[in-house]
Design a protein. Structure first.
Length: 214
């Protein structure tokens, strides 16, 4: 078992929180882009490492992935109180009040400067993902069920996503638009290899898992 950080946008954090509050309604999968040296290789995963073989059985190793049983601590956009604006995360004690951009609101929104997810320290994370499944596939091989598991909004929430209504009609259309919003125009049509991670989310800091569920 390995502990690793993983960043999410506020939209996806809210989808994870929805799953925690009501299982079966939120996000339980995430896809991450993989780059490889061969065009269309079979791929397998061993000990969290994705390996691809071309037609001549030459191996290509993609970046290390997360494996089943790993714990991922979610990095998300955040703030502290204004009094701590001059401190970097490494200079903080871990006792500072935290406001998460995905909500719920605890500090006044004007209080404290915005901090990107990449700068969230481990102690500030509030969500841990337990990896239950790992596989590699082409991006466009996603099924409607898997697109729903990526956090497809409930009908009453789709108007808030900023995605055109016609694309909201089906989970894959929604996910294709989401992917392009994150990776740029043409990124869906490029149909890259992706690592697919299934997970069970827990509302607890990774270092307090036992205390939270003891």
């Amino acid at each position: 078992m390995t502990d690793r950080p993983i960043p999410f946008s506020p939209l996806m954090v809210r989808a994870i929180l929805r799953e925690i509050a009501k299982p079966g309604t939120g996000k339980t999968q995430t896809r991450r882009h993989l780059t490889g040296a061969c065009d269309d290789p079979p791929a397998f995963i061993a000990d969290g490492v994705v390996t691809a073989l071309d037609a001549n059985d030459r191996g290509y190793r993609w970046p290390r992935t997360h494996g089943v049983g790993d714990r991922l601590w979610v990095k998300e956009a955040w703030r502290t109180g204004r009094a701590y604006d001059d401190l970097s995360p490494s200079e903080m004690s871990g006792e500072e009040p935290i406001q998460y951009e995905a909500g719920p609101i605890r500090l006044p929104l004007q209080d404290g400067r915005y901090r990107h997810a990449r700068f969230m320290p481990r102690w500030a994370s509030r969500i841990t993902l337990l990896v239950t499944d790992v596989r590699v596939e082409r991006l466009q091989n996603i099924s409607e069920d898997d697109a729903e598991a990526e956090g497809w909004p409930a009908p009453q929430d789709r108007a808030k996503t900023g995605i055109a209504e016609i694309r909201d009609a089906y989970p894959i259309g929604w996910y294709a638009a989401l992917w392009e919003s994150l990776h740029g125009p043409g990124s869906w049509e490029a149909n890259p290899f992706v690592a697919v991670y299934g997970f069970r989310p827990v509302l607890a800091n990774i270092d307090n898992m036992e205390a939270a569920h003891g």
